[in-house]
Design a protein around this ligand. Structure first.
Ligand SMILES: *[C@@H]1O[C@H](CO)[C@@H](O)[C@H](O)[C@H]1NC(C)=O
Length: 653
């Protein structure tokens, strides 16, 4: 408040004439003093009334500046300073502080450092490993994930983070899309479930000369090597820095898979510079080294890896790591470990609010929740129920060059237009034709900015400080995310694929996602991938895949409109088996609508819009609709009763 007064003081010009030699009479002095006094009292009120968020805007910009200054000073350091160096600093500053707590075990910064040295040293001496070669990790959330990532960072190896939910075809695809310039590939896998997934694709991997290492003590499968004993026996001595002397800010640090808005999953390249920048997300939201952070999002995604893990390296906090999210354990974990900061996605918040109320709902130390995708009604309920927790909703994408944070705590918004931020990172909303699935262009072929209050597509100018690095070895998909001739002929923007709206108070609201993906259970589903899999089955000829909304659920649930091959029958059991063996659970279409023919009059995209609108109500259409039933292990006919219980929320999807 005092600071605000000072600010106001500076803004309000002195009312006393400052002509040198001019004698201020005492009455003039008093009237000026009264004026100043009055303005001190009134202006803050006026500002608060007419510009309620001005102060927050200033604070936020202050934070941005602070981050920028730190970033720039790090960028100037010699030798070069990377995310890994921050880990070294934290280890030196508090060697014994727990870094990771996982299933009743606690691992200090020093332990983590030494364990990652062991992994690095074991790898170094492994035949076939070449210093600096790219390595893929196929692991669920567990400390070994972090230890191994640090080990590879110490060896100067870029790391491919494979999503541990994916199977066979997708796994091979993901594996291949980072390969081209890589010498040798190693996968490190721990759990039995993942072992099976790798065994399924092992022949292809071995054919490509990939070494597959398993983080276990024993392994009987030919072609898989167990690696744990070698690690246990390896030296704890630090890896000589010369191993990473080839690294620059442009070197890839990690590859993270994203479905973007089109096509199969693609590896977004995160270079060292990007990693150093995004390290600041937690700290810029007020997270400190004394904080305890609950990480229950997958480490193979941006949120878990860059914000949870790398963000905690920046702040020097303690991570409470969960294998996966559990609504029933969430608050007990928070109480047990004195958690102060939690990470979320929209689904998590909704599940938490859907759990039965408990007496001790407000008994915890959580002060900050940071994440994205929380709906306004869930947000209100969350605060009501679990107490005064600051919710920091932000918007960002793995590969994107624009991000927002709702620093003002405005319920429902994902961020706020900040004049200064917009100067640094020029972005805007452009008019979009959802039926034709393309931006609206004027007579000159340029895009049209959406006025305030109207929904538009978020695009952000690609510049040196807001680069778009694209996808690894996928120029076609990279180009799809670029949009040209937006404001001027020849300009270049990043197409976020997200529709947003900015209200009159400059708050930004997420509206919808366009293109060929939808989100379900916190994961992106690429429709083309699902339809490829469906049409690989014996009986289906064509498959048009899309997401439909279901009341009470975040995102969209998968649905496919299919045609059956001539002479074939729709066999629910067979399709179920096919879908389950090829697709992770979130990507399996829950509904299949059987059509006799694809409509020929409309374009493919327009047809999709119509199908989405028609949804999955069997009472509204002639076509039979089937629902995936895990108990029956089949797709069974969807009745109107079952439909009603889905809509009323009695039947959970
Ligand atoms: C949590 O905090 C309480 C009280 O401040 C303390 O007694 C307890 O030991 C802490 N628990 C952990 C796991 O740090």
């Amino acid at each position: 408040c005092l600071a605000l007064h000072l600010l106001v003081w500076h803004l309000a010009p002195p009312t006393v004439p400052l002509d040198p030699g001019h004698q201020i009479t005492s009455s003039a002095f008093f009237s000026s003093a009264r004026l100043i006094l009055a303005s001190i009292v009134i202006i803050p009120f006026a500002l608060k009334t007419f510009f309620p968020y001005l102060w927050m805007d200033f604070l936020y910009f202050g934070d941005l500046l602070r981050i920028l200054v730190r970033f720039v000073s790090r960028r100037r350091r010699i030798p070069l300073f990377f995310a890994l160096d921050r880990f070294f600093e934290q280890t030196a500053a508090h060697p014994d502080r727990p870094f990771i707590v996982f299933e009743n075990e606690s691992y200090s910064y020093t332990y983590t450092d030494k364990r990652s040295n062991q992994i690095a040293n074991a790898l170094r001496s492994h035949p076939g490993y070449e210093a600096g070669g790219t390595v893929a990790l196929f692991m669920g959330n567990e400390p070994a994930f972090m230890f191994t990532w640090l080990a590879l960072a110490k060896l100067g190896s870029p790391v491919v983070l494979l999503n541990h939910n994916i199977r066979t075809k997708s796994l091979l695809h993901c594996f291949n899309c980072c390969k081209a310039n890589v010498l040798i590939y190693l996968i490190i896998v721990p759990s039995p479930e993942l072992k099976q997934a790798v065994e399924d694709v092992l022949p292809s991997l071995l054919e490509q000369g990939v070494t597959v290492l398993l983080m276990t003590t024993h392994c009987s499968t030919a072609g898989l090597e167990s690696f744990s004993v070698k690690v246990d026996e390896a030296s704890q001595a630090p890896v000589p820095p010369s191993f990473r002397s080839h690294i620059t800010f442009k070197s890839p640090a990690v590859y993270i898979y994203t479905s973007g808005t089109t096509g199969l999953p693609k590896a977004a390249v995160i270079n060292q510079n990007h990693l150093l920048k995004t390290m600041a997300v937690l700290s810029s939201n007020g997270v400190m080294s004394s904080d305890v952070i609950y990480v229950n999002l997958p480490l193979c995604h941006t949120a878990g890896f860059m914000i949870g893990f790398i963000g905690s390296v920046e702040t020097g906090s303690t991570i409470i790591l969960k294998r996966k999210f559990s609504a029933s354990q969430f608050w007990d974990d928070c109480r047990k470990h004195n958690v102060t900061v939690v990470q979320y996605i929209g689904e998590i918040m909704r599940y938490l609010c859907n759990t039965p109320k408990r007496e001790n709902d407000r008994d915890h130390k959580v002060r900050l929740a940071i994440g994205n995708g929380i709906r306004a009604e869930v947000w209100k309920e969350f605060l009501n129920r679990f107490g005064n927790i600051q919710v920091r909703e932000f918007y960002a994408s793995t590969e994107g060059n624009v991000g927002f944070v709702n620093y003002a705590g405005k319920i429902g918004a994902i961020g706020r237009v900040n004049f200064l931020y917009r100067k640094l990172f020029p972005y805007m909303l452009i008019k979009y034709d959802t039926k034709r699935d393309e931006p609206i262009r004027d007579a000159n072929g340029l895009c049209v900015e959406s006025p305030k209050g109207e929904t538009g597509l978020l695009v952000s100018k690609i510049t040196d400080i807001a680069p778009f690095l694209g996808y690894s070895h996928n120029e076609e998909q990279t180009e799809k995310k670029r949009i040209r001739n937006v404001l001027r002929k020849g300009d270049l923007y990043f197409n976020s694929g997200d529709l947003m709206r900015i209200d009159k108070d400059n708050f930004i609201y997420f509206q919808d996602r366009i293109g060929d993906t939808f989100r379900w259970k916190g994961e992106n589903v690429a429709t083309t991938e699902v339809s490829d899999i469906l049409t690989m089955s014996d009986c289906l000829k064509e498959a048009n895949v899309y997401g439909v909304q279901v009341p009470g659920n975040e995102g969209r649930v998968g649905m496919a409109a299919v045609t059956v091959k001539q002479g074939a029958q729709f066999d629910g059991h067979k399709i179920y088996k096919h879908v389950v063996s090829y697709l992770p659970s979130y990507a399996r279409p829950r509904f299949i609508r059987i059509q006799t023919a694809v409509e020929l009059t409309a374009t493919f995209k327009q047809m999709k819009v119509k199908l989405v609108e028609e949804g999955f109500d069997p009472g509204r259409m002639q076509d039979p609709v089937y629902i995936l039933d895990d108990n029956e292990k089949s797709y069974i006919l969807l009745t109107t009763q079952v439909y009603s219980s889905i809509i009323s929320g009695n039947l959970k999807l």
